[in-house]
Design a protein around this ligand. Structure first.
Ligand SMILES: NC(=O)c1ccc[n+]([C@@H]2O[C@H](COP(=O)([O-])OP(=O)(O)OC[C@H]3O[C@@H](n4cnc5c(N)ncnc54)[C@H](O)[C@@H]3O)[C@@H](O)[C@H]2O)c1
Length: 281
């Protein structure tokens, strides 16, 4: 099967990036969100990102208009997926919500269409459970910010077919990105390894280490581009906490969130988005 039409469900930080890189690679994109305002903001963000490329001489002004012309937006889920060859879901990280979205899409998307979820931690088989296409279901985990990050984690569910995996691999390659293939346990490879490290960094703060010293140590001594605590502030303490809770379900107590992380989330110290986390913004 050849992919021509891509539907992206959820036009937040990830969905808009996925829509942008898909349109840049020549796909017709249908971008869906429950919020009209969210769709407007997404289109503005995509335009701004493309404008920057034009300013830097990496993209011709005409190409920007062609790319934008490939993206249609709609709040109607059925309409968004009607002609889709590939559906990529990027709604909030909530299992019940994702299951509900896919159950509804399953009824209107073409039979042969492949379903992909951009979940960071939730097992793919659980998200796919309510659909009639376990063999055509895969995890396509893009990184943030999507246009800049080279790697995409592909997650093969227990019933994902070879054909689905191959088509998904080719699709990611066509975006100019590279894949790593992960087995379908909570957190896959990236979140499983990363969040364990982030949790340990929070425990180092609890043990009396200064956040700045922790970040400095990991940047200077391990060549990290960003310190773990600055990264939690960037991603959001609530998101990291949520991921750890999901992985605790599969792997037990070693993923128990550090008490300080729980306390910070209760106190609204989520990082950049609330103006305070391990640092002040
Ligand atoms: N932000 C990251 O760094 C990152 C990185 C990798 C993966 N992810 C994953 O990507 C997914 C999306 O994350 P995000 O950061 O873009 O979230 P976000 O909060 O920025 O955006 C989510 C969007 O989904 C929309 N939405 C909610 N319910 C919907 C529905 N029923 N139908 C259509 N749209 C709906 C919301 O209106 C919102 O615009 C999550 O599963 C997250 O775990 C996030």
């Amino acid at each position: 099967m050849e992919i021509k039409n891509v539907a992206v469900i959820g036009a937040g930080a990830m969905g808009l990036g996925i829509a942008q890189v898909s349109a840049q690679a020549g796909y017709q994109v249908s971008l869906n969100d429950i919020s009209e305002n969210g769709l407007e903001k997404a289109l503005k963000a995509i335009t701004k990102s493309l404008d920057k490329s034009v300013e830097k001489g990496r993209l011709a002004a005409e190409s920007r208009d062609v790319i934008l012309g490939r993206i249609k937006t709609t709040t109607d889920l059925a309409e968004a997926v009607r002609d889709a060859d590939l559906v990529i879901e990027a709604v909030f990280e909530n299992l019940a919500l994702k299951q509900d979205v896919f159950k509804r899409i399953d009824q209107t998307a073409p039979q042969q269409a492949i379903f992909g979820s951009n979940t960071s931690t939730l097992p793919i088989a659980a998200i796919a459970a309510g659909t009639g296409r376990l063999d055509r279901f895969v995890g396509i985990h893009f990184m943030n910010p999507v246009p800049l990050m080279k790697g995409v984690e592909l997650i093969r569910g227990r019933h994902t077919s070879d054909e689905t995996l191959r088509i998904s691999l080719d699709f990611v390659k066509s975006l100019g990105k590279e894949t790593a293939i992960a087995v379908d346990y909570a957190g896959f490879i990236v979140s499983r390894v990363l969040d364990a490290m982030l949790n340990e960094a929070v425990k180092c703060v609890m043990d009396g280490n200064d956040p700045e010293e922790i970040d400095k140590a990991m940047k200077l001594c391990c060549n990290f581009p960003i310190g773990p605590l600055a990264l939690i502030d960037l991603v959001g303490a609530d998101i990291v906490l949520n991921g750890l809770e999901t992985m605790r379900g599969d792997f037990g107590d070693k993923y128990t969130p550090a008490p300080l992380l729980q306390q910070m989330v209760r106190g609204g110290d989520l990082g950049r988005k609330t103006g305070r986390g391990f640092y002040k913004y």
